[in-house]
Design a protein around this ligand. Structure first.
Ligand code: ZN
Length: 90
């Protein structure tokens, strides 16, 4: 893996993150003890019976100025030999 860090085209910060944002509905079967077939004594939210993803999105966010970019920009930058994605804005 290359050690170069992609810089923000707006503020030039190199604290960039790819963020995956998702929403899920967790379902627990109502049985004779605590809700959820895997729960017995107490209800533990992570011991679910079913998980359905309702939405998700990915974006690149600058940790400094909080500007969000589409992932197209990230993958475009990764597929070139440019050292800095700001080259794409010149
Ligand atoms: Zn920035």
């Amino acid at each position: 893996m290359k050690s170069k860090v992609t810089a923000c085209p707006i503020c030039k910060s190199n604290h960039m993150y790819l963020k995956h944002e998702a929403s899920y509905v967790y379902s627990y079967v109502l049985d004779s003890d605590a809700p959820g077939m895997k729960n017995t004594e107490i209800f533990s939210p992570f011991l679910y019976d079913r998980r359905d993803q309702t939405s998700s999105c990915e974006y690149v966010e600058c940790d400094n100025c909080k500007t969000r970019f589409t992932t197209d920009l990230l993958y475009g930058a990764l597929n070139t030999d440019h050292n800095d994605i700001s080259d794409r804005f010149k």
